[in-house]
Design a protein around this ligand. Structure first.
Ligand SMILES: *[C@@H]1O[C@H](CO)[C@@H](O)[C@H](O)[C@H]1NC(C)=O
Ligand SMILES: *[C@@H]1O[C@H](CO)[C@@H](O)[C@H](O)[C@H]1NC(C)=O
Ligand SMILES: *[C@@H]1O[C@H](CO)[C@@H](O)[C@H](O)[C@H]1NC(C)=O
Length: 369
């Protein structure tokens, strides 16, 4: 059995990595535009607020050997997507010395899909940033206005661009869940969150986007932050991965409604290629193959950078604070700080996602023909 499994893995690895069977290079994108939150921020939040922990080591220790504002030890999925597309790492929009000829990263760590004012009316406050999806779209609009002389020129130039709308929306739920709101209160946000993402896709299509990727949410019940705060002695609350079932079902619901919204958008914009990126499935695939990918299976749910409890996570002593330890080998752990993943975990998820997405982007076909 073990032999068969190993052989299958070797075959799979060969297909995905060695052969480079599917990558984004064949799309010949000339630019990549990212909207989102900490899953993809490459340095916007630390320019809004240089005092955040993400502006300090050990963030960035692995790849850049200095903090860049990425919420990981190293690279994010968007960096691997860019690499695969043959595009340089995206500079954050707020970097005034940034190079934006091959795209812009508008994502801000802590950002929500809904505007902060809408959330405040529901008693959800103290957001890390007010640069929600609608504000990021304003930045995008301003950027295109200064880069192109007319809407016609803009949409013509964007034909060979790839747009990433998300992951976004995860924080709209994180804030209420960690501010003591009920499950029902968080759940009640879902229709508005989905509508905000749908509106954002409509707006980027309005600018001229022809290929848009819309990622779903993670299985939040598998993350050390949620596992710590919602820890229970009721063993039936956990699934075979020791993830909290009801929280994963919450993510599955969001993802289901998001995919329904994408279906509606496809009907409204038949010439635009819209692809759902299944972060949930990619993460579960990572858990299923953790040992083969070189992760320490005893540490899959423990934060690499963190301290305390069953999951190395304590909300009051988080990664980046003085005296909070970092694990010896981040490449052997999935979770970086209890909320975000390590570079190695993002790399494996990116391999899965690029393989899935690249065929769906139909790069051998011209969307106009
Ligand atoms: C928001 O921040 C204020 C000031 O730090 C604090 O008093 C309040 O409890 C916080 N509210 C929530 C819901 O976390
Ligand atoms: C960009 O230009 C359009 C029309 O020319 C205008 O409606 C829009 O407000 C501008 N966007 C920004 C952010 O200035
Ligand atoms: C689980 O049970 C232990 C021992 O009875 C108790 O001390 C602890 O508070 C319980 N934890 C939760 C989250 O209910």
């Amino acid at each position: 059995m073990a032999g068969t499994k190993a052989l299958l893995f070797v075959l799979y690895y060969f297909l995905l990595v060695a052969c480079n069977a599917q990558d984004l290079q064949s799309c010949e994108f000339d630019a990549l535009y990212q909207l989102g939150d900490s899953m993809s921020d490459t340095g916007n939040l630390i320019r809004e607020d240089p005092s955040v922990v993400f502006a300090r080591l050990p963030y960035g220790q692995t790849f850049f050997h200095k903090p860049t504002g990425r919420c990981s030890d190293g690279l994010l999925m968007i960096d691997f997507f860019a690499k695969s597309a043959g595009i340089p790492f995206l500079d954050p929009y707020l970097n005034k010395d940034g190079t934006f000829t091959q795209g812009v990263n508008f994502a801000v760590a802590g950002a929500t899909a809904l505007p902060s004012g809408v959330l405040a009316k529901k008693g959800i406050v103290n957001l890390t940033t007010i640069s929600s999806l609608s504000r990021q779209l304003e930045w995008m609009s301003a950027h295109f206005n200064t880069t192109y002389s007319s809407p016609q020129e803009c949409s013509e130039k964007l034909k060979k661009s790839l747009f990433m709308v998300g992951e976004i929306g995860g924080n709209d739920y994180n804030y209420p869940f960690f501010q003591g709101k009920t499950f029902e209160e968080a759940k009640a946000l879902m229709p508005e969150v989905i509508q905000a993402i749908k509106d954002a896709v409509t707006r980027v299509i309005g600018y001229g986007a022809t290929r848009v990727i819309v990622p779903g949410n993670f299985p939040i019940g598998c993350l050390p932050s949620y596992l710590t705060v919602f820890q229970t002695n009721d063993t039936s609350a956990y699934d075979k991965y020791h993830c909290l079932k009801y929280l994963n079902e919450f993510s599955m619901d969001h993802n289901k409604y998001l995919q329904q919204a994408i279906e509606q958008l496809r009907a409204e914009h038949p010439t635009v290629i819209l692809v759902y990126a299944d972060y949930y499935a990619a993460f579960i695939w990572l858990l299923d193959n953790a040992a083969q990918f070189g992760f320490d299976t005893n540490l899959v749910q423990k934060a690499c950078c963190g301290v305390g409890g069953d999951y190395n996570f304590d909300r009051k002593r988080r990664c980046g604070h003085p005296d909070v330890p970092v694990c010896q080998n981040p490449d052997q752990q999935v979770c970086w700080d209890g909320v975000h993943l390590t570079q190695q975990a993002y790399k494996m998820m990116a391999i899965y996602l690029i393989d899935d997405i690249s065929s769906k982007l139909q790069c051998d076909e011209n969307p106009d023909s």
